[in-house]
Design a protein around this ligand. Structure first.
Ligand code: 4NP
Length: 163
């Protein structure tokens, strides 16, 4: 089955473009033809390229996200995606506000819940940070994306199809 996954943060310029790039790379490496996008709950940066440190940290890890452009999360994303991963709890609050009665609880979770279920671990907002903060963000997202791939790969092995 084709998995459709949306990565969401506030601005869609620091964290979620990295999450999109990292998961795309890992899915391709695993031979999974998934559809992966990212979006932000703040429309303010719409059409803008990722933060220069996100682009730099991605490239240092062999991933190019230079062509990504920020777009706003919209309610219709609940129809288009199977899974919506939020980088932090404030992002889930904003998704709820945007979607209102169309919020679908079972599709949304903190991305770090994949590694540490129920521990409310967030990918910290690096917007006011420095380059090391972006390296930390990369490391967290990379670890969660590795787990996402492992989880679905295990599903393929057990049942011959994605769960
Ligand atoms: P992001 O970081 O959510 O990881 O893209 C931010 C970017 C911009 C703002 C906040 C967070 N902002 O307030 O403009």
């Amino acid at each position: 089955m084709l998995m459709k996954i949306l990565m969401v943060c506030l601005g869609n310029i620091c964290r979620s473009p990295l999450a999109e790039g990292i998961l795309k790379q890992k899915a391709a490496d695993a031979g999974l033809r998934w559809h992966i996008e990212s979006a932000g709950t703040i429309g303010f940066h719409t059409g803008i390229a990722p933060h220069h440190f996100s682009k730099k940290v991605a490239l240092l890890n062999g991933i190019n996200i230079d062509n990504k452009r920020s777009r706003e999360f919209i309610t219709a994303d609940f129809n288009r995606f199977d899974r919506i991963y939020a980088m932090s709890a404030d992002v889930i609050d904003e998704i709820k506000k945007i979607a209102g009665k169309n919020f679908i609880e079972k599709k949304v979770s903190l991305m770090m819940d994949e590694l540490f279920p129920g521990q409310n671990i967030e990918v910290p907002d690096p917007w006011y940070g420095t380059e090391p903060d972006f390296h930390n963000v990369y490391k967290l997202i990379d670890s969660a994306c590795k787990k996402i791939i492992e989880k679905y790969a295990a599903g393929i092995n057990q049942h011959g199809a994605f769960q």
